[in-house]
Each structure stands twice: as structure tokens, then as C-alpha cells.
Design a protein around this ligand. Structure first.
Ligand SMILES: Nc1ncnc2c1ncn2[C@@H]1O[C@H](COP(=O)(O)OP(=O)(O)OP(=O)(O)O)[C@@H](O)[C@H]1O
Length: 481
């Protein structure tokens, strides 16, 4: 990304252009100028612009028309409209058309700077998001935005990155994005799934072997470290590497040298290492299954990918992305999206398999979908009605009922870690209760087409407690009545 953000000022008054331009330059921006809307479009076609500031009244193409053209062709580009004092209607109209904000003449210097700075930060986030989307990484939740900014910062450094997160949260995609955004992008990206290699073969897989090193070694073979020379080595499921191999791995990462199995020659490489795990490595260290020194070497930068249930706001975007993908792959061009009721079900599901599970669900639903929109009936049956963790469990149902009646007092269901450190009964009951509760609410919402008042009536709770519950359970705000 450019050091300085570039701002385009479109205004027919030369004086105003000069004053604003000088101020923006003082504030650290690069400035481009246009005298009318047409010139502005021409400038946009030839330059990278981060923010547009446009007057409304201009010859040839006026501010509103310019705004329309920009939102159609570059919707991610923030446009600030200059309005005359007291013309609220035009300002509102501009906002409706997609303007980022407006500033009124005469300008208040601080207010003007604040609006421009905000637009420029938004532009940066949108550009980053757009770039990540091109790499297949979808998400606008705060957690994902902060991951994008870490990618931006560390991609082109030699530092080791440790990516943690549950299975299916996108660890491999992030590793690829780091590689592609680094200056190593035209060199190999080599992935090793440490969980898939038998223990005895890990060493030869990573470091290669010489002819005759063991029975069956009829020729010499380079290992993954050598293949990744100049590029990136991605060790997936690193927690699966046997302890005795971890010492050798540490040396290879630290010294960038190793010997092939059965070899005496030291081989030097230039490899950037990215590791991923869905295990809790701190716990593995305590249980002496993972070496502390290797952990610290890997953990220079840690990126924790949140499970999908912690960023439900991204679900609609991901769904749209996968619908688009499978429309082409499955030749289902008729399907354009997901119906409201089905979306409620998708939002309510806890997604233990994370994005991978969502991707598979959408693929299956597309196969079953005969209409234009995926319907509840096209979703897998186990998703339509999420069973409580122990089906028919009286404890779960009773506590769900209890939680409904006694909303403010769930303190005594609090977790009490058992002596063994395992999850206790109370915790399990609480989880089961939350699951049952969510299921009942989702079903009721489906029945009422998302109407909060009717849903609350159906569940015999107040509208307010329904809204609080939905928030707690991470259910999307239901449609207003
Ligand atoms: N942010 C995302 N946007 C779009 N697709 C995603 C995103 N994250 C993951 N996916 C998709 O979800 C699937 C699983 O992702 P990935 O293999 O990277 O997960 P992982 O965390 O490495 O899983 P595992 O731990 O099981 O190896 C892939 O098909 C990937 O393309």
C-alpha cells in the first residue's frame, strides 16, 4: 500500500481547490485536482485515488452524477460531498446514493480533517478487504479486519508465523495469503500436513534422504525444506510432530541448515516458516508433548483465527461467496442466493466444522435447490433442527425452561472446574440449555417470519428479553416489525 493516501478534489472554483489542496497536503495527503465531473472521471481512470472530495455544482457532469458513476464502478471508493450551508436535503440525497459523508461550506478545518481522515482509513480497510477477497479470503468482522492488517504487516518479513484456530477456520488460506503477499511469492509454497505423515517418515519427508539410507531408498530424494528453498514452508498441524523430531526441526528453522537422512553433507536453505495448529500448544508443553524452545521459536508472530460462531456477521458474506462459487462449479446458474428462513437457520448453527462445514452445507444445498433461493428444506436435516447434545436429556430441557423463567439468575450454573480439569456437568448442562434455547427461538422466528413481537408472544417471554437472548446467543437482530 502507498505511503501517502491520494485525494482527488473535484470543484470548479479554482480558489477552493487551492485552499483545500494546501490543507490536505499539510495533513499529509497527496492531492489531485479536477475542474469538473468529466475531468474527475478521467483522472480516476488513470490514477490510484483513495478518497474523492466533490462539489455538487460543476459544469459537464455535476457532483450527484459523478457520485452515481463512482458508486457504480468503484463502490469501495469513499466520496465526500461538499454542500452549501443549510442544504440538508441534498446532503441526505447524496448519502442515500452512497456518499461516504458530506462537509458543509464554509469549512470547519477540524471537522474537514476528521471526515477526510476517517474516509481515508475506511478506504484502506476496504482496499485490503477487496484484495483479500480476491485471494478467496472473505470476512469483514473486526476479527478478520485485524487479521488482514497483521498479514499486511508481517507478510514480507522473514519472521515465523504461528497460526492457531479450530479446524476449518482458514489457517491454510492465511498461510497462502502471507506467502503471496511476500517477495517470495514467485518461489514455491510447500505445505506439509504433519498429521498425515507416519511418525517414522517425518524426518525423511522434511529433510530428504540419500540413496541407501534405509531399505527402499533406491535413489536420493530432497525433502520439503529443500523444495521450499527461497519460498515458504507451511507446516500444518505442527502439534503432531513427535518430540524427538522437534529438536531437528528447531535447528533447521534456526540455523537454516540440516542433513538428509543418511547424508553427511550439510544443506543450507533460505526458507520462511509458517506453522499452524488446532491444538493448545501451551497445554502440550505442560504435558511434555511439545518442546518449549520450539514453541518460542515458532511463536514470533501468532495469529489466532476465530471460530465462525464468534464472527457470525461474516456468515451472509461467506454464504454469498460460496453460492457464487458453486453456481459455476455445479452449473446451477438459476440459484441466486439464500432465502430469509434458511439464512436464520445458518446464522443459528454453531458451526463446529467452521467455514469448511459452511462451504459443504452450501454445496449440498445448491444440489438440492430447485428454485432461485436456497430454502430451509434444502439444508441438511441435522442443521434444520439442531439436536441438544444429549437428545431428550431431561437436564437440558429442564434447565432451558429454567433459564427462560429465571432469566437474570443463571449465576449458579457457573462453571466449577472439576479436580481433573475436565468440563464439569454444570458447564455441559449450560451448553445444552443454550443449544435448546437457540433452537426454540430459531424455530419460533421461522414460524413468524422473523417478527420479534410475534415470536416473543409465541415463546411467552417479553419482547425485550427475546432481544437480549438473541444477542446473547449471537442470533442476528430479527427484522423489525
Ligand atoms: N475467510 C475465508 N473466506 C472464504 N473461504 C474460507 C475462509 N476461510 C476458510 N475458507 C475455506 O474453508 C475451507 C477450510 O479452510 P482451511 O483449509 O484454510 O482451514 P484450516 O484451518 O487450515 O483447516 P484444518 O485445520 O482442518 O487444516 C477451505 O475450503 C477454504 O477455502
Amino acid at each position: 500500500m502507498r505511503e501517502k493516501k491520494q485525494i482527488l478534489i473535484a470543484d470548479d472554483e479554482a480558489n477552493l481547490r487551492r485552499v483545500l489542496g494546501a490543507q490536505l497536503q499539510r495533513d499529509g495527503y497527496d492531492v489531485l485536482m479536477a475542474e469538473d465531473g468529466e475531468q474527475a472521471l478521467a483522472t480516476l481512470a488513470e490514477n490510484h485515488v483513495d478518497v474523492v472530495i466533490s462539489d455538487l455544482r460543476m459544469p459537464k457532469l455535476d457532483g450527484m452524477q459523478l457520485l452515481k458513476r463512482i458508486t457504480a464502478s468503484q463502490p469501495e471508493l469513499p466520496v465526500i460531498i461538499i454542500t452549501a450551508h443549510g442544504t440538508v436535503d441534498t446532503a441526505v440525497e447524496a448519502l442515500k446514493l452512497g456518499a461516504f459523508d458530506y462537509v458543509t461550506k464554509p469549512f470547519d478545518r477540524t471537522e474537514f480533517k476528521n471526515v477526510v481522515d476517517k474516509a481515508s482509513r475506511t478506504a484502506e480497510l476496504r482496499q485490503r478487504e477487496g484484495e483479500m477477497a480476491e485471494r478467496g479470503l472473505i470476512g469483514q468482522s473486526p476479527a478478520m479486519l485485524s487479521i488482514y492488517s497483521v498479514i499486511e504487516k508481517v507478510a514480507d518479513t522473514p519472521s515465523t508465523v504461528l497460526i492457531t484456530g479450530e479446524s476449518g477456520t482458514g489457517k491454510e488460506l492465511i498461510a497462502r495469503a502471507l506467502h503471496e503477499k511476500s517477495s517470495r511469492h514467485d518461489k514455491p509454497f510447500i505445505r506439509v500436513n504433519c498429521a498425515a505423515i507416519p511418525r517414522d517418515l517425518i524426518e525423511s519427508e522434511l529433510f530428504g534422504y540419500e540413496k541407501g539410507a534405509f531399505t527402499g531408498a533406491v535413489t536420493s530424494k530432497p525433502g520439503r525444506f529443500e523444495l521450499a528453498d527461497g519460498g515458504t514452508l507451511f507446516l500444518d498441524e505442527i502439534g503432531e510432530i513427535p518430540v524427538n523430531m522437534q529438536v531437528k526441526l528447531l535447528r533447521a528453522i534456526q540455523e537454516q541448515e540440516f542433513e538428509r537422512v543418511g547424508g553427511i553433507k550439510t544443506i543450507e536453505v533460505d526458507v520462511r516458516l509458517i506453522a499452524a495448529t488446532n491444538r493448545d500448544l501451551a497445554q502440550e508443553i505442560k504435558e511434555q508433548r511439545f518442546r518449549e524452545d520450539l514453541y518460542y521459536r515458532l511463536n514470533v508472530v501468532q495469529m489466532r483465527l476465530p471460530p465462525l460462531r464468534e464472527r457470525q456477521g461474516d456468515i451472509p458474506l461467506l454464504v454469498e461467496h460460496f453460492v457464487k462459487r458453486f453456481r459455476e462449479r455445479l452449473k446451477k446458474s438459476r440459484v441466486v442466493g439464500v432465502g430469509d428462513a434458511a439464512m436464520e437457520v445458518l446464522l443459528a448453527h454453531p458451526w463446529p466444522g467452521n467455514i469448511r462445514e459452511l462451504e459443504n452445507v452450501i454445496e449440498r444445498a445448491m444440489l438440492f435447490c430447485d428454485g432461485e433461493r436456497i430454502d430451509v428444506g434444502d439444508l441438511p436435516p441435522d442443521l434444520r433442527v439442531t439436536p441438544p447434545s444429549s437428545p431428550g436429556s431431561h437436564a437440558a430441557v429442564a434447565s432451558a425452561r429454567r433459564a427462560e423463567i429465571d432469566e437474570d439468575d443463571d449465576e449458579d450454573l457457573g462453571e466449577e472446574p472439576t479436580a481433573s480439569g475436565e468440563i464439569g456437568l454444570k458447564e455441559l448442562v449450560r451448553e445444552a440449555a443454550a443449544k435448546v434455547e437457540r433452537e426454540l427461538i430459531v424455530r419460533a422466528l421461522q414460524q413468524t417470519g422473523g417478527n420479534v413481537t410475534h415470536t416473543a408472544r409465541l415463546l411467552k417471554i417479553s419482547r425485550k428479553s427475546l432481544q437480549t437472548k438473541m444477542k446473547e446467543l449471537g442470533l442476528r437482530e430479527a427484522r423489525e416489525d
